[in-house]
Design a protein around this ligand. Structure first.
Ligand code: ADP
Ligand code: MG
Length: 268
């Protein structure tokens, strides 16, 4: 891990969230979803974001994805302000956002087609990532023929296939049963260990955050701000053994306490 930690320190920050504020107009009046949010993400970091429901996690992800704009402040990627959605950012949502009328391979090829990658190269790339998520036998299946876990594997393969600068994941395993979730966590870790990407991963699950992240960002209850950032120095590859270790559980408890304080605050 020392090598990659050094690489991170030597490079410019990949993403800079600079004094971002987001105010929604709603029937109840103004909702301040994010207030004075600042965050720097380094190249190839795996950031997990936890915090109470409604604290602005999805809002921040949508702004990072160029799907929404901040009321004030800005986000820069490689020094350039975000100005809309782009193939440079892959997004995986909680709900399986696959095209039902396309096969697994056509779904994974979709972003490559938009990028005008030629037919044979497209097929090759798609097949590589379909194989890496263990769905080789389902290449020509349609989404309705797949389980929830398999659909999310396709969504991850699709996001990876376009080789995005930034991968944004909004509770991607939140709708899966515990066993499938554990499996997909391990698979995503393996994929990331083999081919690092800058990941911004939102979750409700503190254990998931500690297993995956090299830094966990805890957000405060609404209006969302960054409450604290915790370095996760657990070595890679992280395995089932990591999950059982005292070190892992100490960190998990520390973060859980931080989040719990915010849950209590949010209820007031
Ligand atoms: P989280 O993902 O952390 O649960 P969100 O980012 O979805 O939180 O929402 C943050 C706050 O902004 C919530 O109070 C939510 O009700 C509000 N909100 C989100 N989207 C809109 C919208 N389009 N219009 C009005 N309010 C919104
Ligand atoms: Mg959300």
């Amino acid at each position: 891990m020392a090598g990659s930690a050094e690489r991170m320190m030597n490079s410019e920050p990949k993403v800079v969230v600079d004094k971002v504020r987001k105010v929604y107009q709603s029937s109840r009046g103004e909702v301040v979803a994010l207030n004075d949010t600042n965050l720097t993400i380094n190249n190839n970091e795996f950031i997990c974001v936890v915090g109470p429901s409604g604290c602005g996690k999805t809002t921040l992800l949508n702004i990072l994805g160029g799907l929404d704009e901040p009321t004030s402040g800005e986000i820069r990627i490689d020094g350039k302000p975000i100005s809309g959605p782009s193939a440079e950012r892959g997004i995986v949502f909680q709900q399986y956002a696959l095209f039902p009328w396309l096969t697994v391979r056509q779904n994974v090829e979709f972003g490559l087609k938009l990028k005008k990658v030629g037919k044979s190269e497209r097929k090759e790339i798609a097949e590589k990532y379909i194989e890496s998520v263990g769905l080789k036998d389902f290449t020509n299946s349609y989404p309705k023929e797949l389980s929830g876990g398999m659909k999310q594997r396709v969504a991850i393969a699709r996001a990876y296939a376009v080789n995005p600068k930034l991968l944004l994941l909004d509770e991607p395993f939140g709708a899966l049963d515990a066993q499938t979730r554990t499996q997909l966590q391990v698979e995503l870790l393996n994929t990331w260990e083999q081919e690092q990407k800058t990941c911004f991963f939102i979750t409700h699950d503190v254990e998931e955050a500690v297993l995956l992240a090299n830094r966990v960002v805890v957000m405060s209850a609404r209006p969302g701000r960054i409450k604290t950032i915790i370095d996760i120095d657990l070595k890679h590859p992280r395995t089932q053994e990591t999950r059982m270790s005292k070190e892992f559980n100490d960190i998990k408890n520390e973060i859980w306490n931080q989040v719990y304080e915010e849950y209590l605050g949010a209820k007031k």
